[in-house]
Every structure is written in C-alpha cells, then in structure tokens.
Write a protein that binds this ligand. Structure first.
Ligand SMILES: [Zn+2]
Ligand SMILES: [Zn+2]
Length: 318
C-alpha cells in the first residue's frame, strides 16, 4: 500500500490504533473511510475499524519500516522462559509488550496518544498522573514518583505491569481494609481509587511478589488460612506505613510441607486447616484467598515456546 501524503512522526512505543487515528486525522480522512480502503485490499477483514489487525499495512500507510510495530525489546515485560534458563528476562521471542496506556499529555505535545512502553500511570519527568486519559498534577506527591520507579524497575523485572492484575487486586485489598468505614458518596470511581492508592498498591504488590512471599503463597498444602494471615499482615503494614511491621513480615512467614510457621507477634505453628487467629480483614481475605494467591503468583508462571511443552520443567521456581 502507498504511504499517505502527510506523514506523522510516531512516538516511541505508539500503538497501531493510536498512530492510525493520528495519521487519518492529519490527512483529513475519516478513520472509517481509510478502513474501507484497507478492506478493498484485504476483503476478509471485519467491517469494524480495527487497524491493530493489520500492523504491516499501517506501517506502509505511515511510511514506516516493516516490523516497526513489533516494538522495542526494552519495552517488553519480563517473563520466565527456556531461552534464559527460566529466569525473568525481556526475551525477544516470549516476552509480550505491556497493555496499552495513555501517554503523558505533555510528553505527547498535547495530543492523545496510546503507547505500549515500560511505564505505569505516572510521568516522572513532568510529574503528571496520565492513567486512562487523565492529566493531573502530582507536584509534591513524591510517593507517586517513587511508586512509578518501583513499578518500572523492580516490579517490571518480575513481570508485573500496570495491566497484569496485581495492582488492581492490591488496590482492592487496601479498599477492603476500610470496607465498613463510612464513605463519601461518589468515592467509588475506580480510576480515582487507583490514583489515591497507587503508592500503597505498588508497595503491597512489591512485598507480596518477593521470592519468600512467592514460596509461601505457592505452597498450597498449608491451605488458605496462612495465606489470609500473610495478606492481612501485609495490607495492614503497608496501609499504616509501619516500617517495623514490614521488616517483621519478611522474617515471619515460612512454610514446609503441610505446616506453616508464623512468628509475627507470637510464634504460631499451623497444620493444614487450623486457624491462625485472623482479624476482621483476614476473615474477609479468607474468602478470596485462592484468587489472591493465584494473582500474586501469576508473574512466576513460565512461558513455553510452542513445541517444547512436553519437555519443559515445572514452572514454579524453588
Ligand atoms: Zn524466551
Ligand atoms: Zn510527561
């Protein structure tokens, strides 16, 4: 396909549909009409405008080199795969690009742009909250900037990004801690909650995806009680900003076979099914414990290239 007359400079990691929309706008062609032209060349495409199905054609229309939309390796989310001996890397073959996020409006020079790059919800350069199209000032909110660095550093290398589910669950758990406190009407907006709780949600996710926590959560033989006890302690320590409790938690949860040893505050040795004396929050977490473990363990799942499935070792690291 011939390139359109007016070219558009793509932003790093810009998605196919974002560039397609800007390209159509700049050339004064409605996106639907441009799609009709593409469908003349490829009649099997759906009626609905879905440029992400034809990245190679959009590259041609935009005058970009073939493969441009395959993305840069530094933007890939880390996964465990055979190419790196089951360690986390941003492997060119197995590692996916993260889910699309809206770019900081200032970085995008005032335009609406969507990218898949190594980033979260905060632009540390301009100190803006840019999640889901927002453009809010974060001057003075240093915790948000720290959280962003943790997300794109430590968490990214563990395979955790804004869209992989852990942060959403961490936010939900933090809200659960205050579930029966009276709320302002209108405080239920998910995006607002995420903005408010972002630093704590990142910290909680970082804590519960540390290797010791991964080992503890992966031991399904101890049942769901110890999981609820760990998550309750972690949510409370993060929410009350207790450095002492955070340090104690790292030392206090161990398990072997069917036995969990919890030494937080007092030493409790639990055989499968026994109660560790959960608080109110722990009792709430108990009901969703399997989902909590599965979500915080998701990053440890290994990718197996097709054809190697039968020979691949067990996915869980020891
Ligand atoms: Zn790989
Ligand atoms: Zn910016």
């Amino acid at each position: 396909m011939r390139a359109l007359p007016v070219v558009v400079e793509p932003f790093a990691g810009e998605t196919v549909r974002s560039l397609y929309r800007r390209l159509a706008e700049r050339n004064a062609v409605p996106t639907g009409e441009l799609w009709t032209v593409i469908r003349h060349a490829r009649p099997r495409l759906p009626l609905r405008t879905t440029p992400e199905l034809v990245p190679r054609l959009v590259e041609q229309l935009a005058g970009l080199p073939p493969g441009y939309f395959d993305g840069r390796s530094q933007d890939r989310l880390f996964v465990r795969c055979a190419h790196a001996k089951w360690r986390h890397t941003n492997c060119q073959t197995c590692a996916p690009l993260p889910a699309p996020v809206t770019m900081c409006r200032r970085c995008a020079r005032g335009q609406t742009v969507e990218t898949r790059t190594r980033s979260g919800a905060v632009c540390t350069r301009h100190r803006r909250w840019h999640h889901a199209g927002a453009d809010d000032d974060l001057t003075g909110e240093t915790e948000h900037l720290h959280a962003e660095r943790c997300l794109t550093g430590t968490l990214w290398q563990r395979g955790v990004a804004l869209g992989t589910g852990e942060l959403e669950l961490a936010t939900e758990l933090l809200i659960l801690r205050h579930a029966d406190e009276p709320r302002e009407p209108d405080s239920g907006n998910r995006d607002e909650r995420l903005r408010e709780l972002y630093p704590k949600a990142v910290q909680l996710t970082a804590l519960l995806t540390e290797p010791w926590a991964e080992r503890f959560l992966a031991n399904t033989r101890v049942g769901r009680m110890p999981v609820a006890a760990l998550v309750e302690a972690a949510v409370t320590a993060v929410d009350t900003r207790s450095r002492h409790d955070l340090a104690a938690i790292r030392e206090s949860f161990r398990s072997r076979d069917r036995e969990a040893l919890i030494t937080l505050n007092r030493s409790v040795r639990l055989r499968h099914g026994r109660s560790p004396g959960l608080g109110e929050l722990g009792a709430r977490i108990l009901g969703i414990a399997p989902r909590v473990s599965a979500t915080f363990l998701r990053h440890a799942d290994a990718r197996r290239p097709p054809g190697q499935r039968e020979h691949a070792p067990r996915s869980r690291a020891s």
